[in-house]
Design a protein around this ligand. Structure first.
Ligand SMILES: Cc1cn([C@H]2C[C@H](O)[C@@H](COP(=O)(O)OP(=O)(O)OP(=O)(O)O)O2)c(=O)[nH]c1=O
Length: 199
């Protein structure tokens, strides 16, 4: 078993576990501040690579998977809310319209200097919501540690009218995109269903 998930996110862990893969977890500690003028797409790509690089340097013999997710409205980046008020402001912005959920996914492979990476985009459309509903959802606390201040996989399902693209990308890890990266790096899909990535 040679996969290492560079993430503290319980959602990412659960998604990989659902595939039946065996892996270890080692969260990456990187500065997630956007650079001036950086697009949301560039930001998630850079942070996913930084996380993979950071953990890959500590464990050079492992295949290291990392990701970063933000919600984007135009060029505005919505990360995790600092507090409930900011979370509520995000929900007010998102209601009644479509936004993008962007996840950068990166893979550090032993012997390769630069992590492989990709950015996946899913469009999510929220239904129109009144202030009382938005407040009640914010007060549930579910969105506190989530990009855009909601969780499509939980109570936040009722905020969503529809999505276009990869559902798992919204939850924080675009599984088919990751599978393709692993395939290109030498772990073919046919053996991904076998579970363990051998050294
Ligand atoms: C939009 C949305 C986001 N999220 C989550 C996925 C991510 O865990 C989180 C965005 O935070 P991230 O900074 O991408 O990840 P993280 O801090 O949780 O973990 P790490 O950096 O260690 O990998 O938002 C949901 O769970 N459901 C959703 O519907």
């Amino acid at each position: 078993m040679n996969l290492l998930l560079a993430s503290a996110s319980p959602r990412r862990r659960a998604l990989l576990a659902e595939l039946g893969w065996t892996f270890d977890v080692c969260p990456a500690d990187v500065d997630e501040t956007p650079r001036g003028g950086e697009t949301p797409e560039a930001l998630v790509g850079r942070l996913a690579r930084d996380k993979a690089l950071h953990v890959g340097r500590r464990f050079p013999d492992r295949w290291v998977v990392a990701a970063d997710t933000v919600v984007a409205v135009g060029d505005a980046i919505l990360g995790k809310p600092a507090d409930r008020e900011e979370g509520l402001a995000m929900l007010r912005l998102l209601q009644g319209r479509a936004h993008r959920v962007l996840t950068g996914v990166a893979l550090a492979v032993p012997g390769e200097e630069t992590p492989r990476g990709a950015v996946e985009c899913t469009e999510v459309r929220f239904r129109p919501l009144d202030e009382a509903s938005l407040r009640a959802y914010a007060e549930s606390g579910e969105g506190d540690d989530k990009a855009g201040s909601y969780a499509i996989q939980g109570k936040g399902a009722l905020l969503v009218e529809g999505i276009a693209g990869c559902y798992f990308n919204v939850v924080g890890l675009p599984l088919t995109r990751l599978s393709a990266l692993l395939g290109e790096a030498g772990w073919p899909l046919a053996s991904q269903w076998g579970g363990a990535k051998d050294a």
